[in-house]
Design a protein around this ligand. Structure first.
Ligand SMILES: Nc1ncnc2c1ncn2[C@@H]1O[C@H](COP(=O)(O)OP(=O)(O)OP(=O)(O)O)[C@@H](O)[C@H]1O
Ligand SMILES: [Mg+2]
Length: 239
């Protein structure tokens, strides 16, 4: 049984259908990536999983439990951490204060990730612990947003384009941090990316979304080799 199982998910906004039956599975301990062009429904998929929007149909199962249509508060409490594209951090609070706020809620699985233990493994952020959110770089804000989810005791991290808009060196730093969270802390990751090269570098499995449907599923290595799929549905070359 997978940690996260999404089956035939349909969702949209108002009358507009965006997800036309999305199914995917993420096993515990894996990094799975969901890639696709602009506007195909990647963010909508994550929103429907965490309950930020209510799916029209289909099911979301997490850790053996049906969580379809639960509120974001309820899914966070079960251990799903969502780091949205906007990387929301409190601009007037320091790194440490931002993290302390996140200790409320989260799963009761008892990993016991304290602010200090997370900062220990997030070195670049530890060096900036007294800086306020507004003075952090884009990369530091992204790290803080991920660190917040870990402090909130997430077992599954849903990351929405964590490397977007970051300089290449910073992309590498964020990628390292995601890899570390997965390998060292055992965090399971569902990673939405437009940066296909980075996504495939990190992921075990990959799903390609096009117009609200999964059009390809395979190992990261399979997708890398499937140049026709990459050309047709992603429109990028991987190098
Ligand atoms: N709040 C909203 N209200 C109405 N339509 C929306 C809303 N959010 C997204 N959409 C539309 O739903 C479709 C899918 O959007 P979504 O954000 O899921 O795509 P995406 O794959 O994440 O794209 P991107 O790569 O640009 O982030 C798009 O056509 C978008 O315009
Ligand atoms: Mg998006």
């Amino acid at each position: 049984m997978s940690l996260l199982e999404v089956t035939d998910l349909r969702a949209g906004y108002g009358e507009t259908r965006v997800l036309d039956g999305v199914s995917l599975a993420v096993d515990a301990g894996e990094v799975v990536t969901l890639v696709g062009r602009n506007g195909v429904g990647k963010t909508t998929t994550l929103r429907a999983i965490v309950g930020a929007i209510t799916p029209w149909a289909g099911t979301v199962r997490y850790d053996g439990e049906d969580v379809t249509g639960l509120s974001p508060e309820a899914t966070v409490a079960r251990g799903i951490g969502f780091v949205p594209e906007e990387r929301r951090v409190f601009p007037g609070l320091t790194v440490t204060e931002n993290l302390s706020l996140a200790t409320h809620g989260g799963s009761d699985a008892g990993r016991g990730r304290s602010v200090e233990s997370v900062l220990d493994t997030f070195e670049p952020l530890d060096e900036r612990r007294d800086a306020t959110g507004q003075h952090l770089s884009g990369g530091e804000q992204q790290m803080l947003a991920i660190a917040r989810a870990l402090v909130a005791d997430a077992d599954l991290l849903l990351l929405d384009e964590p490397t977007e808009g970051l300089a290449p060196l910073v992309v590498e730093a964020v990628a390292d941090l995601v890899r570390n969270a997965n390998e060292t802390d055992g965090i399971t990751v569902l990673l939405v990316e437009q940066n296909v090269a980075t996504a495939l570098e990190l992921a075990d499995h990959a799903y390609v979304l096009d117009q609200g449907r999964v059009v390809y599923e395979g190992t990261a290595a399979d997708l890398e080799a499937a140049t026709d799929v990459v050309d047709r549905h992603l429109g990028v070359s991987i190098d």
